[in-house]
Design a protein around this ligand. Structure first.
Ligand SMILES: *Cc1c(COP(=O)(O)O)cnc(C)c1O
Length: 377
C-alpha cells in the first residue's frame, strides 16, 4: 500500500493520540464483511494479544471487545459484574471514578462513593475499614491514572486489600494500558479496561475489558441490566461463534492490529521510558516559563501534567489553545471542578523534541496574548 502524506499534528490532549502513518494507513483495506472467517481470526488473535500486554495468564484471563469509546467499558463493568443485593465500593479521587459512580446511579445500583481530594492518594486504611464495615461490598473499583489530574493511584495495594476480603478488583486503566507496565496477577487485578485510541495509539471505536474468565462466567447468573453492554453476553457470543455480537469497527480493528504490532516492536519498557521522557520535557517547559502543576510530582503518573491557570488578567485558555492549534499542537482543558487547569498529556507517537517545539509555540502564544512570563500566581 502506498502511503499518502498526512499532516502530523501533535495531540497533547488525553486521547485520541497522535498516531503513526503506518497505523493510519492500516485502516485502508479492501472492503470486507466482518462475519468472514478471515476477520474473525484477526479478532481472535487480538483478544489474546490484549491479555498478553497486561501479562495475563491466557488460561485465567480473557479479553472482551466492544464497539464504542472507553466509557463503554465503565458501563459494562459496573452493570455486569454486580451480584444481586451487593454493593460497589468506588475509591474515588477524580472525574473518571466519578463517572463509574454516575453509571451506578443510572442503573440504580447500590454503591459507596468513598471520596478523596483530587490531589490526594486514597487512604488505604480507610478503604480497608469501609470494606470491613460493609460486608455487602462485592466490587472495589478505582482508576489507575486519574486522567483529569494525572494522579497515579496505588492499585496494587488497593487490589491486595480487595482480594484479602474476597472482593472483585475492577480498575479503569484506560489511560495507562500499554503505557505503564501492568501485570494482572502482580497488581492484584481482576478486570482492567482500555481503548484503542489511547496507549495503543490506534483509533476510536474499539474498547475492551481484560478480565478473569471464571468471574465473567460466574456473572452469567447476575441480574442483566443492559443488553448491548453486557459483559457475559458479549464474551459468550464470541466464545461460541468467534465473532462480535454486533458489527465491529472494522477499520479500527485493522489499525489496532497494526498498532499492537508496533507496540511489540518497541516493547513495554521502551514505550514506558519514552512517555516518561516526554513527561520530563513537559516539566522542563513549564518550569522554564514559571507555570505550576497541581499534583505532587512523586504522585504523578507521568502520563498527564495538570497545570494551573496563572493569576494573570490576560490569560485566556481559548486564545492560547487556538494559537497552538493553528500551529499543529492541541492542548486540553482540565477536569477539576475547584481549580482552573489545563492538561498536557504524554500519550501518542510523540517525542521530547515535539515537546520542545511545542514550548516555543506556547511561549509565543503567551507573549502575543500579553500573558506575563514567568507566569504569575
Ligand atoms: C479516556 C478515558 C476514558 C474513556 O473516555 P471516552 O471519551 O469514552 O473514550 C475512561 N477512563 C479514563 C481513565 C480515560 O482516560
Amino acid at each position: 500500500m502506498d502511503t499518502i502524506k498526512v499532516k502530523r499534528n501533535i495531540l497533547l490532549n488525553p486521547g485520541p493520540a497522535t498516531t503513526t502513518d503506518t497505523v493510519k494507513m492500516a485502516q485502508v483495506v479492501p472492503d470486507i464483511c466482518p462475519r468472514e472467517k478471515e476477520f474473525g481470526d484477526i479478532m481472535r488473535n487480538m483478544r489474546k494479544e490484549l491479555v498478553k500486554i497486561v501479562h495475563g495468564d491466557p488460561e485465567k484471563y480473557t479479553s472482551v471487545l466492544f464497539t464504542g469509546s472507553g466509557t463503554m467499558n465503565i458501563d459494562v463493568c459496573v452493570n455486569s459484574l454486580l451480584p444481586e443485593g451487593k454493593k460497589i465500593l468506588f475509591v474515588d479521587n477524580g472525574a473518571y471514578t466519578s463517572r463509574g459512580v454516575e453509571v451506578a446511579q443510572y442503573y440504580h445500583l447500590p454503591y459507596i462513593d468513598l471520596k478523596f481530594s483530587f490531589d490526594e492518594r486514597p487512604d488505604l486504611a480507610l478503604v480497608e475499614k469501609t470494606i470491613q464495615e460493609n460486608p455487602d461490598i462485592d466490587i472495589v473499583y478505582t482508576t489507575h491514572n486519574e486522567t483529569g489530574t494525572g494522579i497515579l493511584n496505588p492499585i496494587r495495594e488497593i487490589g491486595e486489600i480487595a482480594h484479602r476480603y474476597g472482593k472483585q478488583m475492577v480498575v479503569d486503566t484506560t489511560s495507562t494500558y500499554a503505557m505503564i507496565p501492568i501485570d494482572m496477577d502482580r497488581d492484584n487485578l481482576d478486570f482492567v479496561m482500555a481503548s484503542a485510541q489511547k496507549g495503543l495509539m490506534a483509533f476510536t471505536g474499539l474498547s475492551f475489558v481484560v478480565g478473569n474468565r471464571s468471574l465473567i462466567e460466574k456473572s452469567a447468573s447476575y441480574p442483566t441490566r443492559s443488553y448491548y453492554c453486557n459483559l457475559f453476553l458479549q464474551y459468550d457470543f464470541f466464545e461460541k461463534t468467534g465473532e462480535m455480537h454486533f458489527t465491529p469497527p472494522v477499520q479500527t480493528v485493522y489499525a489496532t492490529q497494526k498498532a499492537i504490532e508496533e507496540y511489540w516492536a518497541d516493547g513495554e519498557e521502551k514505550r514506558y521510558a519514552r512517555h516518561l521522557e516526554v513527561w520530563n520535557a513537559i516539566h522542563e517547559g513549564i518550569d522554564r516559563l514559571g507555570f505550576r502543576d497541581i499534583i505532587k510530582k512523586e504522585w504523578q503518573s507521568g502520563m498527564v501534567v495538570s497545570i494551573k491557570y496563572p493569576n494573570d488578567p490576560n490569560w485566556n485558555f481559548e486564545k492560547i489553545h487556538d494559537y497552538c492549534y493553528e500551529r499543529g499542537f492541541t492542548i486540553y482543558p482540565g477536569k477539576v471542578a475547584s481549580t482552573d487547569t489545563f492538561r498536557l498529556c504524554t500519550l501518542g507517537q510523540i517525542y521530547k523534541k515535539d515537546i520542545e517545539d511545542f514550548f516555543v509555540v506556547f511561549e509565543e502564544a503567551c507573549r502575543t496574548t500579553g500573558v506575563q512570563l514567568p507566569a504569575r500566581y
